[in-house]
Design a protein around this ligand. Structure first.
Ligand SMILES: Cc1ncc(COP(=O)(O)O)c(C=O)c1O
Length: 437
């Protein structure tokens, strides 16, 4: 196991003067906190013995029913509560599925780039991750087929394809409808299992939810869901929807790990779904994220130097930015932090060391004004980096890297940081900010 790129940023980006475009923290302050608070208080006083007691390893039956209603919004009409396993966030779901299926040396296919938390799980299981190319329409089916053919030729066991079809973390793109069909056809042809990880599917800005892969084939797809982005990540409630034979194994694995998911938070989510206008609340979240996405894209268009490109998400939390030729997001990071802006270098989203020219920007947490200021600072950092690069001739990357690391990072004042301090006051501060997401 090794610590992720995001984890390494933790201490730096929680400083108040830093605009963090790094963490994927949902904007939970947009929840009606007083209502949620009294709802949880009523739960304990009303049904305390149950809420504070151990529960079933598979999870609360009422919650599993309500989870089926949530999945119906994405076209999964036939799911039964008996096929649902409640987990401690979808992160635990990922871990359970990997424990059940993967032996050391097995091959897992995963998008290039992939969610860093999934790569950590796969690495701990000693799997070999093979990346499959993506473009603006998500995973490229031809690349998937090529990877399957090559694995077969090499005698490798491909245990599954791991994919985030909606508002991808970190790439921000969504798998198009024709590609969904193409991917499912390949799964059938090559006897492939798919892990569909879908925490962001209900957070679309332009249209309703897309039909899940699981809705197209119930035998080949294991679906992971989460309430972290649609309600609260702190409650740590997610789920796995799997065919019955797999579900049994998942319950055994979760019992070995945690005995049962926490009762209180499961009851809290079930009560929230039963009594609160949760679909309206999701609209509140998406409006807020849409505004922040717009602030990000407008500032990038206005400020980024030529040669910089980025994706245009129509939902979710993330923009994936490619630096001008020759620049390295990881090497540039100290300069960015000195200029009081943080991002996640792309290298953390690949299992094989690719991605140096990329970075992930998250717009979910900072206010629009902070985002604009953060992008302004970042644009200056990239410009300064480009100047340095052209001075030392892009061709000689070795010299550039050596010189680059000996140049002191500019002070925040050089970067316009002093003038911007007022924009990054307490609202951008969160001492508990954790950037694992
Ligand atoms: C793609 C993806 N999968 C899984 C998770 C884990 O979410 P949680 O464990 O909070 O449900 C995240 C969190 O950011 C994510 O982005």
């Amino acid at each position: 196991m090794k610590s992720s790129e995001i984890r390494a940023l933790f201490s730096v980006v929680s400083r108040p003067e830093v605009v963090s475009l790094a963490g994927g923290m949902p904007a939970v302050s947009a929840l009606p906190l007083d209502i949620v608070g009294s709802m949880i208080g009523d739960l304990v006083s009303g049904m305390g013995a149950q809420t504070l007691q151990y529960g079933s390893g598979q999870g609360d039956p009422r919650l599993r029913e309500r989870i089926c209603d949530v999945m119906a919004l994405e076209g999964i009409a036939d799911a039964s509560p008996s096929e649902v396993v409640v987990t401690v966030g979808s992160q635990q779901g990922l871990d359970l599925v990997t424990r059940v299926f993967v032996d050391p040396g097995d091959v897992i296919l995963a998008e290039a780039p992939s969610y860093v938390g999934a790569l950590g799980v796969f690495q701990a299981a000693q799997a070999r991750v093979r990346h499959v190319a993506m473009d603006d329409e998500g995973l490229v089916p031809e690349a998937l087929e090529q990877a399957l053919i090559e694995a077969r030729a090499a005698g490798d066991r491909v245990k599954f394809l791991y994919t985030v079809p909606n508002f991808h973390n970190p790439a921000g793109v969504t798998l198009s409808e024709p590609r969904r069909e193409a991917v499912m056809a390949l799964a059938e042809r090559y006897d492939l299992l798919i892990i569909e990880d879908n925490p962001y599917g209900l957070l679309g800005f332009e249209h309703g939810p897309m039909r899940a892969l699981r809705a197209r084939n119930e035998d080949r797809v294991i679906y992971l869901g989460s309430f972290s982005k649609t309600f609260s990540p702190g409650l740590r409630v997610g789920w796995v929807l799997a065919p019955l034979a797999v579900r049994e194994k998942l319950v055994l694995a979760t019992e070995a790990q945690v005995l049962c998911p926490p009762s209180l938070t499961q009851y809290a989510v079930a009560r929230y779904l039963d009594t609160q206008p949760w679909q309206e609340q999701i609209k509140v979240f998406t409006e807020l994220y849409r505004e922040r996405r717009d602030a990000t894209l407008e500032s990038l268009t206005a400020l980024m130097p030529p040669g910089t490109t980025w994706t245009r998400p129509d939902g979710g939390f993330y923009v994936w930015l490619k630096l001008p030729h020759g620049l390295d997001a990881k090497l540039m990071q100290p300069r960015a932090v000195a200029a009081h802006v943080a991002y996640v270098p792309g290298i953390g989203f690949y299992a094989d060391g690719q991605g140096r020219e990329y970075m992930r920007l998250s717009y979910c947490y900072p206010e629009p004004d902070q985002i604009r200021e953060g992008v302004r600072r970042l644009a200056r950092v990239i410009e300064a980096e480009l100047d340095l690069h052209s001075t030392f001739d892009a061709v000689d990357t070795g010299t550039f890297r050596a010189v680059r690391s000996s140049v002191p990072a500019p002070s925040p004042a050089d970067q316009g940081g002093a003038a911007a301090e007022s924009l990054t006051g307490p609202a951008n501060r969160n001492e508990n900010e954790d950037h694992r997401a």
